[in-house]
Write a protein that binds this ligand. Structure first.
Ligand SMILES: Cc1ncc(COP(=O)(O)O)c(C=O)c1O
Length: 379
């Protein structure tokens, strides 16, 4: 059969998790916790599963959950959102990203993407007939060169995709970055797709600069969030998109034919838990900062070089003092022969810069981090 994505193989996250399993390696590759989601939340899921909440929920998400989402974005970002016209529950942020791209990008449109980029953006743009314009984030801190963005804008630019906090680098955009993005898109019809799945993982007193805080950007943005990341339940694939009514109308036209809706009993459970436990999200930065600090402390004395991550639950490290192999060869060797799996950065680039950085995921029990670090310190 003719392939519409001939160059796309299996995503690196699946490849590395599978390799970790095959070789019995400690899996610090794919981004998921090895601890469970909160017990009261699981209790609510079981409750609704056994309470006959097992049929199609509304296409946009159940009202109680959309109400909680609207309350949350007001509380966290000072952003009023109309739960009926501006909030849509989706099956994972992956679906929300795909829907937003299909809804906004037409054949011939250009979409600005920052590399290293989460690997679902580019194929979704191409399936919409669009062209991804890849701009590399600047080392060593993976910041955006806004002049380069300005130079890349053309009359065909339709969408700019940002991701803060950023996977895989852990970089976070500043308020000044967000202001600059607003200035660059002012008086244009360029839309913004803001991937904010790590919104509650910003460290050292930093503030997550959601586009929802910025009225001008809010008016032209799809903002995407993930329950999976926030509630330690990546396997549930539940997420949401907040966007102005006109954008949401188009977004839902796609959503209704991609998944139509998402598991009912989990939506009911999340609505209850968000109402009962709003502090869960507020406690998350401290919780993950502690994990980051533990992991960085455990790496002391190793030959890896690193700057503690500013956000996300990922830590980049430079392995050039250990090996001169390329990043893919290095993580394969480490997984297969040393027993710790990580993610190389090359698959996140359209044109790989040949760096010696790899990504570890630290959203793991301390015992997992300790066992991994004992191996890593010996490399
Ligand atoms: C930057 C980024 N966006 C989106 C997603 C997908 O989130 P979900 O599991 O909710 O589909 C991930 C998951 O790792 C991610 O890292």
């Amino acid at each position: 059969m003719r392939s519409k994505l001939p160059d796309i193989g299996t995503t690196i996250f699946t490849v590395m998790s599978r390799m970790a399993q095959e070789h019995g390696a400690i899996n610090l590759s794919q981004g998921f916790p090895d601890f469970d989601c909160p017990a009261p939340l699981r209790e609510r899921v079981a409750h609704y599963l056994n309470d006959r909440r097992n049929q199609y929920p509304p296409m946009t998400g159940i009202p109680a959950l959309r109400e909680q989402i609207a309350a949350k974005v007001l509380d966290h970002y000072g952003c009023p959102a109309d739960m009926d016209q501006e909030v849509t529950v989706t099956s994972g942020a992956t679906e929300a990203l795909f829907d937003a791209i299909q809804a906004s990008v037409a054949p011939g449109d250009e979409v600005i993407v920052f590399d290293p980029a989460y690997d679902s953006y580019d194929p979704a743009i191409r399936l919409a007939g669009g062209k991804a314009i890849h701009i590399q984030l600047r080392l060593p801190d993976f910041h955006v060169d806004w002049q380069q963005v300005q130079d890349a804008l053309t009359p065909r630019t339709r969408l700019i995709i940002i991701n803060t906090p950023h996977n895989p680098s852990g970089a976070v955009l500043s308020a000044q970055d967000i202001d600059t993005l607003a200035a660059l898109t002012r008086d244009t019809d360029i839309l913004v797709l803001s991937d904010e799945v790590y919104e509650h993982m910003v460290y050292d007193g930093g503030v997550h600069q959601s586009v929802l805080r910025h009225p001008e950007l809010r008016a032209r943005s799809f903002a995407v969030f993930s329950f999976g990341k926030t509630y330690h339940a990546t396997g549930w694939k539940l997420a949401y998109c907040v966007a102005p009514a006109a954008l949401t109308t188009e977004f839902r036209k796609v959503h209704q034919f991609v998944t139509f809706t998402s598991p009912s009993f989990i939506q009911f459970a999340l609505a209850d838990f968000m109402a009962q436990c709003p502090e869960h999200a507020k406690e998350l930065p401290a919780f993950y900062q502690e994990k980051r600090d533990t992991f960085c402390r455990l790496l002391e004395g190793s030959r890896f070089r690193y700057t503690p991550s500013s956000g996300t639950y990922f830590q980049l490290v430079d392995y050039s003092a250990i090996s001169q192999q390329d990043d893919t060869a290095f993580v394969n060797w480490m997984t297969q022969h040393k027993g710790v799996a990580a993610i190389p950065l090359t698959p996140f680039y359209a044109t790989a810069p040949g760096s010696t950085l790899i990504r570890f995921c630290f959203c793991k029990d301390d015992s997992t981090l300790e066992a991994a670090a004992a191996i890593l310190r010996a490399l």
